[in-house]
Design a protein around this ligand. Structure first.
Ligand SMILES: CC(C)(COP(=O)(O)OP(=O)(O)OC[C@H]1O[C@@H](n2cnc3c(N)ncnc32)[C@H](O)[C@@H]1OP(=O)(O)O)[C@@H](O)C(=O)NCCC(=O)NCCS
Length: 370
């Protein structure tokens, strides 16, 4: 078509919108609303970061208190939604259960204003995450106990094990890292849905659909399954060599933006090492992760991404693997809602063009003559 611009495959390197929410860069930097991720990891809490991502500024103490209490108050999920989740049965993957439950929430939500709807999704998502495996298996639903804030409360619903203060702090850091990442596939999906002026529940359900895939949010589960098969550093090295020879992707490595290192993975690797040291945990798991990372760098110059090091942290915390991608969603939903708002504020329907490469002018052939 005349005048048509051709974008590269996967829209790689194409800026399709302005955003003031976050910026990841090839040099290994990541900003949330101007704050480097290292600065937030060292100092901020989950709710504080969520407020920042949503509103563009760090909250004053009273604002933080009101936001945290609003989230806690709205975390209750209606029995009807748990019933629908239960009907899906024990074989349903938790991320599919979560997506279905999000749609169900949307159809019974009676909030009249958009901000109220968004707060409800943000608050209820973690309750749904805590239940998206247990309820389809016939277990009774859990509600957040309220203590420990957003992260502490989610962690205590996800595991029976008593976490130490350091482990709770690390879990909160992984949630902060998962919260936002500019135009990743699921946030872009959310913006496409927002641009049609569909409601935030529809956008969140679409975000969850995009998050499921192993090239995006599903990577943390894939990475852990891979690591569990590799019981030693030597096995990790052979695995990488074989995968690369067969041109297979090694889950948990590579990134569209980061080429040398993912700053979130670097921090998670430090936390993992410290967790294992403090609990005298599985040294072999850490050494296996490290050997695989070194081999991937040596042979392919690909760094590990956040999913690669978040996975063994979740494993070490005693969380079931099929819950890893849902945990990602419990946090990313705040970023999704920030994108929803930014899109709607200066909306233009997202409707790109395609270069047609198929045939034209064909004549209809009746069925008996095909
Ligand atoms: C994240 C990802 C989709 C980004 O991909 P991208 O920018 O589109 O890059 P491509 O998939 O085109 O890969 C470019 C090259 O690196 C290779 N590559 C990328 N990631 C790889 C991986 N994880 N393992 C092995 N090779 C990989 C590709 O095979 C390709 O090699 P080639 O040029 O020799 O053909 C990709 O790195 C990937 O699939 N990673 C594994 C899944 C994952 O961990 N996802 C979570 C992302 S946070």
């Amino acid at each position: 078509m005349e005048g048509q611009l051709r974008a590269p495959k996967g829209l790689a390197g194409v800026a399709v919108t302005d955003t003031a929410i976050a910026k990841s860069d090839a040099d290994g930097s990541l900003l949330y609303r101007g704050y480097p991720i290292e600065e937030l990891a060292a100092n901020a809490g989950f709710e504080e970061t969520a407020y920042l991502v949503l509103s563009g500024k760090l909250p004053k103490p009273a604002e933080l208190k009101a936001f945290s209490s609003d989230l806690a108050k709205r975390s209750h999920v209606e029995a009807k939604v748990f019933e629908i989740m239960g009907d899906l049965g024990p074989d349903a993957h938790p991320i599919d259960v979560l997506r279905t439950a999000t749609s169900a929430l949307g159809s019974i939500d009676r909030e009249s204003d958009i901000r109220g709807k968004e707060l409800s999704i943000e608050a209820k998502m973690s309750t749904l995450v805590a239940n998206c495996r247990r309820v389809p298996r016939g277990e009774a639903p859990l509600e957040p106990a309220g203590a420990g804030g957003f992260a502490g409360s989610l962690l205590s619903m996800l595991t029976d094990r008593d976490a130490t203060d350091y482990e709770r702090w690390v879990f909160e850091r992984t949630l902060i890292f998962y919260m936002e990442h500019d135009l990743n596939a699921s946030s872009f999906t959310v913006r496409v849905v927002a641009s049609t002026l569909a409601d935030p529940y529809a956008a969140a359900a679409a975000g969850l659909a995009a998050l499921k895939g192993p090239l995006h949010g599903g990577a943390n589960e894939g990475a852990m399954q891979m690591l569990l098969q590799l019981k030693s550093p030597e096995a990790a090295v052979s695995y990488v060599d074989e995968a690369l020879m067969e041109k297979k992707k090694v889950i948990g490595f590579g990134h569209r933006v980061y080429k040398d290192f993912d700053p979130r993975a670097r921090l998670c690797k430090e936390y993992l090492r410290e967790m294992i040291k403090r609990r005298k945990g599985d040294e072999m798991l850490y050494r296996t992760c490290d050997a695989l990372e070194k081999e991937m760098w040596e042979k392919k110059r690909l760094p590990p991404n956040l999913d690669y090091y978040a996975a063994p942290i979740f494993y070490f915390l005693g969380i079931d693997i099929p819950l890893y991608t849902p945990i990602f969603a419990a946090s990313r939903v705040f970023g999704w809602m920030a994108h929803y708002n930014e899109q709607v504020e200066e909306n233009k329907l997202i409707r790109p063009d395609a270069t047609y490469v198929g045939p034209a002018g064909l004549k209809y052939v009746p069925p008996e003559r095909r």
